[in-house]
Write a protein that binds this ligand. Structure first.
Ligand SMILES: [Zn+2]
Length: 185
């Protein structure tokens, strides 16, 4: 949330607009902390600051968490597991509906990786093996950074999901569905 407001990447109004359009906003710490580089007390205080900033803006709480830089420590994992339904770093892979885990895997949607063939395999596998996938990227623009992608790649990925009749859900919706599907959850 430190990127919200004057001089940041987005404005307070964007948060409200995204939520009312049905998007989910998850926690990523307030200051984009690397878990391995700070004390647990600092990490905890930063999570509290983020929750407060988000609640002040939206009146809501955040249910899921992504570790900045994908860096996970056991202590920080214990802490976020107590606060959020799911967490993720940047471990690559699909998520199983049959053997649900609260620690989720992801796939990068980065233009620089140039791996459309792999994206197609991953999505076809999701359909066949009853898996769900989290794609993540950063900036979406014509000339993306090495962590981003073009609008074309994002659209192509969404189009393929529609063609394969995959459900497109927020993490919270997918998590709820997974819980419902798994009788042991
Ligand atoms: Zn980040």
């Amino acid at each position: 949330m430190s990127q919200c407001g004057e001089g940041g990447s987005f404005q307070p109004r964007d948060v409200v607009d995204l939520l009312s359009a049905g998007h989910e906003i998850a926690c990523h710490t307030y200051s984009h902390l690397r878990a391995s580089n700070c004390s647990l007390a600092r990490f905890k205080a930063d999570l509290d600051m983020n929750s407060k900033a988000f609640r002040d803006l939206s009146g809501k709480s955040m249910n899921n968490f992504a570790f900045p830089y994908g860096v996970v420590t056991p202590e920080a994992m214990t802490l976020v597991s107590e606060r959020f339904d799911t967490t993720r770093g940047n471990q690559s892979g699909p998520n199983s509906m049959r053997q649900p885990s609260r620690y989720l895997k992801t796939f990068k949607l980065y233009e620089t990786r140039n791996d459309w063939k792999n994206i197609m395999i991953v999505m076809n596998n999701a359909k066949e093996f009853h898996e769900w996938i989290i794609f993540y990227t950063h900036d979406v623009q014509a000339n993306p950074s090495r962590f981003g992608c073009t609008p074309q790649l994002l659209e192509k990925t969404v189009d393929l999901a529609i063609k394969l009749d995959l459900k497109i859900l927020s993490v919270q919706e997918a998590w709820a569905l997974q819980h419902f599907v798994n009788p042991h959850a």
